[in-house]
Design a protein around this ligand. Sequence first.
Ligand code: ZN
Length: 276
Amino acid sequence: MIELPEAYVLSEQINKTLTGKTITAATANAFPHGFAFYSGDPAAYGPMLTGKTITSSNPGTGYTCGGNVEIICGDMLLVISTPIKYHEPGAKGPAKHQLLLEFDDGSRMSCTVQMWGSMLCYPPDSDTPPPVYTINKCPSPLSEAFDRDYFMWLFDGLKPSLSAKAFLATEQRIPGLGNGALQDILFNARIHPKRKLETLSAEDKERMFDSVRSTLAAMRDQGGRDTEKDLFNEWGGYSTVLSNKTAAAPCPVCGGPIVKEAFLGGKVYYCPVCQK
Ligand SMILES: [Zn+2]
């Protein structure tokens, strides 16, 4: 799976690198993976995509939602939530892949599942994707429509005992905001991942809103996080404050130790002093 900032980076790189290339072969499921999801029969991807030209790419903002890269290939749409790599003509391809596109100039694009990932292919004018995948079409946190009112509306009707992590990063409430980006969002908002929603003041929620927007924007603008690789297999330029890369380092604000623990299906990192 990929998260929102990297989906923005990948789609921008695809727009610059792959637009105009025509697909000469498409191979799906060459290396079966238990958590790779396709729409329909992967064997049909070849006939559906061969001969189609890539016209553009969106970070989940055209047809689906955050955490997906949408690639428009003629009259077909690819919706991808796995890392994507570009291979120049003559360059060595990946050892294993769950989707491989070959282009008319000899270059290739590959998808390799990380944990889990979907590579859907369907005509965009069919309006809804195949039932294999739930899509919560809603404003991206990096769009104008994701404003203060919209963010505060997300709290409506939720259990008061819900944690800050569960609020931000589960149930596809903010699609594409996953456990990775979450850590710096909560650190910048000075909110503990286990903090219950009922204890948040109006000011806390404001800080959370500001941090969701500004932290995700910084990650996107700096080419993705330094824990993830881009289309060209390069690490992102955004230095994560809290991640597996920095877990042993002291808190950059107070100098105290960072706590790392399992919480809600994934590790959380936090500073017990700075994040109340
Ligand atoms: Zn601290």
